[in-house]
Design a protein around this ligand. Structure first.
Ligand code: PMP
Length: 450
């Protein structure tokens, strides 16, 4: 390993960082995290903090899970790679697909299509949704509906259904035929509706209106995150996803749940959909499927959708889609071990308890500081603080001040994620009570200092 000075010098010069201007990372070099254990991370200057971000909503089991590490090492020695294309596969992939199927049996999941990450999984679901309708003899069903403020990765399909124009402008033209509905965001919405249940009904009516306007026979699928993560931890009313499900069913539209963040315990249940009592037709998953020990994602397909593909005799159901690393044996070994550990440690129960603790702590900070306009969470370990300069007018705080708060939280002992005017928190699901307290105390110190 090169020395620290070499790393600092080349951090921005050789490496372009995702989600930011290359020039910015020259001026404000990103922190270099060089080691981690449990729910704690250390940078190359030796500063240790509680990882309030969980890597990127993904290190659900923390950084010291020996069972997952050993399964990966064993598989690397046995068979580091073989493809699942052209009439081949590998034992590790088969075992992992059964583990995933069993994990999601209660959600009606019948088949597993492995990918290399979340964006791959979203685009796989979108493509399979169109193909499903083709196989069923409804080739005009090609359009997609999604939510503003939703995040679905950065491939062209995912970016097209993405509801934040930061990920769209600069990369257009995107996929035609994608339409966006109002986000179920009670704090900020165009209806000025603060009652989440009433807002849910308004968006449901908007959806019906849009479907009737487009023509139901032109729409393939609707995609949503059960709790919108990157858009600022937007927690819909408990009725919202069920209303969307009912409308999809009524109009023959497939419902895709983007569970890339919510899946595997983060919301306090094994999926966000299950948390809201909904069975989607497909799910995109990643992150918690390996707890980030190896890059893997999957498109999960319901029994009903699988049956349409499997019964086809015309040839239309051949899946001309896939990735070199779909069903990668090492990734698959990580999946099997990670799911086994996730169940053994019952991470959803800890996520629910620690999530409540974190949410209550943030509500306490809101009482204390006027610059906190909104606190969102209360469903597992997905929480956000939204900063304002005027609480009554909900004026968003400028990005520079939010970033200053973020740096001071880090100095005070916790890593959180800046997404101005929000700070987002999604720690490992194994986090302890004392570590959650450290996050709240670090936020208190930092916010008090501005
Ligand atoms: N969907 C959701 C809901 C996500 O949060 C993300 C990533 N944060 C993605 C898709 C894309 O996943 P990836 O970055 O692994 O491609």
């Amino acid at each position: 390993m090169k020395d620290d000075n070499f790393l600092k010098e080349h951090n921005a010069r050789a490496l372009w960082h995702p989600m930011g201007a290359p020039g910015d990372s020259m001026a404000n070099p990103p922190v270099i995290i060089s080691s981690a254990s449990g729910s704690r991370i250390r940078d190359i200057d030796g500063h240790e903090t509680v990882d309030g971000v969980g890597g990127l909503w993904c290190a659900n089991l923390g950084y010291s899970n020996d069972a997952v590490k050993e399964a990966i090492a064993k598989q690397l020695h046995e068979l580091p790679y073989y493809s699942a294309f052209a009439g081949c596969t590998n034992p590790s992939a088969i075992e992992a697909s059964v583990a995933v199927q069993e994990f999601f049996a209660e959600d009606g999941i019948g088949r597993v299509f492995f990918t290399s990450g979340g964006s791959d999984s979203v685009d796989t679901c979108l493509r399979l949704a169109r193909q499903y309708h083709q196989v069923k003899g409804a080739p005009t069903r090609t359009k997609f509906l999604s939510l503003k403020k939703g995040y679905h990765g950065t491939h062209f399909g995912g970016a097209s259904v993405n509801g934040n124009n930061r990920f769209r402008i600069g990369y257009e033209p995107l996929l035609p035929g994608c339409f966006h509905l109002t986000a179920p965001h009670a704090y900020r919405n165009p209806y000025d509706e603060a009652d989440p249940a009433a807002l849910a009904r308004k968006i449901a009516a908007e959806m019906v209106d849009e479907i009737e306007f487009q023509g139901p026979e032109t729409i393939a699928a609707f995609i949503m995150e059960p709790i919108l993560g990157a858009g600022g931890v937007i927690v819909p009313d408990p009725t919202f996803m069920g209303l969307m499900r009912e409308i999809c069913t009524r109009y023959g539209i497939l419902m895709i749940a983007d569970e890339v963040i919510c899946g595997f315990g983060r919301t306090g249940d094994w999926t966000g959909s299950r948390h809201w009592g909904v069975r989607p037709d497909m799910m995109s998953v990643a992150k918690g499927i390996t707890s980030a020990y190896f890059p893997v994602g999957a498109a999960l397909i319901s029994e009903e959708v699988a049956e349409v593909f499997e019964k086809d005799t015309s040839g239309a159901a051949a899946i001309w889609h896939g990735y070199t690393y779909s069903a990668h044996p090492v990734g698959a070994a990580a999946v099997t071990a990670c799911l086994s550990e996730t169940l053994r440690l019952d991470t959803r129960t800890n996520a629910a308890a620690r999530g409540t603790q974190l949410y209550q702590g943030l509500l306490g900070l809101k009482e204390k500081y006027d610059i906190i306009g909104d606190v969102r969470g209360g469903h597992g370990l997905m929480t956000a603080i939204e900063f304002v300069t005027d609480r009554a007018k909900k004026t968003p705080m400028d990005a520079a001040t939010v970033k200053t708060i973020h740096s001071r939280v880090y100095e005070a002992g916790a890593m959180v994620r800046p997404a101005p005017p929000n700070l987002l928190m999604s720690p490992p699901l194994i986090i302890t009570e004392a570590e959650v307290r450290t996050i709240i105390e670090a936020l208190d110190t930092a916010i008090g200092s501005v």
